[in-house]
Design a protein around this ligand. Structure first.
Ligand code: ASP
Ligand code: MG
Length: 412
C-alpha cells in the first residue's frame, strides 16, 4: 500500500458539493488501504476576494497582515473537507500550516519552507486517519503566519511528500494534465503523458499555470514523483519525472509556454564601465523584485542601454527604483518602460540535440508579422518578448510550426 499526498486546488473545492466529491475520492483511496495526506487550497476565488477586501482598506497593506488574512481561505477548506470525510466514516483530522509545523523563513507573502515536522502526521497515519493540511501557509520561527506565494499549495503538497517520503504526490486540478500549450488558446493542444522536471520548470515559470514552479523544483530536488490529474475525470494525467534514457527520440519541442503578466524597463545611456549591471540590478533585487530576462546592448561612445523584464505587478515599484538609479548613475537619458508585453517560449529537452529550432521559431513569427523585442535562450528553451496584443497569434503559429497538435485536429 502506498503513502500518497493528494492536493486539491481551488476549483476542486470551489463549493461544498465539490468538497463532498473530493471526500468521496479520498475515501475510495483510503478504503483501498493507502495512507493519505490531503492538501487543499482555498475555495476558488476566495484568495482574490480576501485580497480585494484588504485593498478596500489600503492599497498596500503590510505583508504580515496580508498573510494573516489570506491564510484564512485554506483554513475553511481543511475544516469542511475533514467534516465531509468524517461524515463518510473516514477518520480525518485537519491542521493549519502552523499546527503541522511547516516552518518557513519570515519573508511574508513569499516565504520559503525551511523544515517540516512530520511527527504529528505520522501518528495520525498510523492511527488510520486521513491528514488534511492547509496549503499555502506556514509559520516563521517567531510564530507569525506566513504564506508561500500565489499557487503555493502545490509547494506545500510537494514539501510534505518529500518530508514523508511519499510514493507519489498527486496534484488534482481542473485540467487533466500538462498540455503542449494552453488549450484555451490553441484548440488542438495535446495532453503530455510524461514531461521532465526540467521542461516542466520552464513551462511553469513561463506561465503554464498548471503548477507553481517552486513545487516542481522541490519535487526535482527531492526526487518526488509528481503527477498532475483531473479532479473531475478519470485518467492517468501527466507524470513529471526525470529524463527517460530509454526514449530514443525525444520530441524537439515539447510545449509552448507564455506569460502575459510581464513588463520591461530600459535605462539608456548608462556609463559602460565595470559595475554598471551591478549598480542597476542590485537596488532592484534589494527591493525584492524578481528580474527575468536581461539584455545589455553593445556599448557605443562609452555608454550603453540596459533592458530587463519584471512581473507586471512589480512594474511601478521597479520604475521608481530605476529612476533613482538613473539619477545616481548619471544616466544621460530617462528610464523608459512598457507594461504591455508578453513572453512566449518554446521548451524541449530534444533541443539539445537538434539544430535549426530557433530558425523555425523566427520564421513562424515573421510569417505572422510579429516583431520580436527581446530574445533569450537556454539549453532547452528559446523565449521571445513581443507586444501583448500578438500573444495568442504567436502561440498558435508556433504550436503549428512545431506540429504539436492532435493529429486529427490539424489534419496531419
Ligand atoms: N489559495 C492560494 C492562491 O490562490 C494558494 C493556492 O491556491 O495554491 O494562490
Ligand atoms: Mg493552484
Amino acid at each position: 500500500m502506498a503513502l500518497l499526498v493528494q492536493k486539491f486546488g481551488g476549483t476542486s473545492v470551489g463549493t461544498t458539493e465539490r468538497i463532498e466529491a473530493v471526500a468521496d475520492k479520498v475515501c475510495r483511496f483510503r478504503k483501498e488501504g493507502h495512507d493519505i495526506v490531503v492538501v487543499v487550497s482555498a475555495m476558488s476565488g476566495e484568495t482574490n476576494r480576501l485580497i480585494g477586501l484588504a485593498q478596500n482598506i489600503m492599497e498596500e497593506p503590510t505583508p504580515r497582515e496580508m498573510d494573516v488574512l489570506v491564510s484564512t481561505g485554506e483554513q475553511v477548506t481543511i475544516a469542511l473537507l475533514s467534516m465531509a470525510l468524517q461524515k463518510r466514516g473516514c477518520e480525518a483530522r485537519s491542521y493549519t500550516g502552523s499546527q503541522v509545523r511547516i516552518l518557513t523563513d519570515s519573508t511574508h507573502t513569499k516565504a520559503r519552507i525551511r523544515q517540516i515536522d512530520e511527527q504529528r502526521m505520522r501518528e495520525d497515519l498510523t492511527a488510520g486517519r486521513v491528514v488534511v493540511v492547509a496549503g499555502f501557509q506556514g509559520t516563521d520561527e517567531h510564530g507569525n503566519i506566513t504564506t508561500l506565494g500565489r499557487g503555493g499549495s502545490d509547494t506545500t503538497a510537494v514539501a510534505l511528500a518529500a518530508a514523508l517520503k511519499a510514493d507519489e504526490c498527486q496534484i488534482y486540478t481542473d485540467v487533466d494534465g500538462v498540455y503542449t500549450t494552453d488549450p484555451r488558446v490553441v484548440d488542438s493542444a495535446r495532453r503530455l503523458d510524461q514531461i521532465t522536471f526540467e521542461e516542466m520548470i520552464e513551462m511553469a515559470s513561463l506561465g503554464s499555470k498548471v503548477l507553481q514552479i517552486r513545487s516542481v523544483e522541490f519535487a526535482g530536488k527531492y526526487n518526488v514523483p509528481l503527477r498532475v490529474l483531473s479532479s473531475f475525470q478519470d485518467g492517468g494525467g501527466t507524470l513529471i519525472t526525470f529524463e527517460d534514457e530509454s526514449v530514443m527520440e525525444q520530441p524537439v519541442v515539447s510545449g509552448i509556454a507564455f506569460n502575459r503578466d510581464e513588463a520591461k524597463l530600459t535605462i539608456s545611456g548608462v556609463p559602460d564601465t565595470p559595475g554598471s549591471a551591478l549598480n542597476i540590478l542590485k537596488p532592484i533585487s534589494d527591493a525584492n523584485i524578481e528580474v527575468d530576462m536581461i539584455v545589455q546592448n553593445v556599448g557605443a561612445d562609452n555608454h550603453t542601454d540596459f533592458t530587463f523584464t519584471v512581473h507586471r505587478s512589480d512594474y511601478k515599484r521597479a520604475k521608481e527604483v530605476l529612476d533613482q538609479v538613473a539619477r545616481d548613475l548619471g544616466a544621460r537619458e530617462e528610464v523608459s518602460g512598457d507594461n504591455k508585453i508578453a513572453k512566449v517560449s518554446i521548451v524541449g529537452v530534444g533541443m539539445r540535440s537538434h539544430a535549426g529550432v530557433a530558425t523555425t521559431m523566427f520564421e513562424a513569427l515573421s510569417r505572422e508579422g510579429i516583431n520580436i523585442q527581446m530574445i533569450s535562450t537556454s539549453e532547452i528553451k528559446i523565449s521571445v518578448v513581443i507586444a501583448e496584443k500578438y500573444l495568442e497569434l504567436a502561440v498558435r503559429a508556433l504550436h503549428s510550426a512545431f506540429e504539436l497538435g492532435e493529429p486529427d485536429a490539424e489534419g496531419q
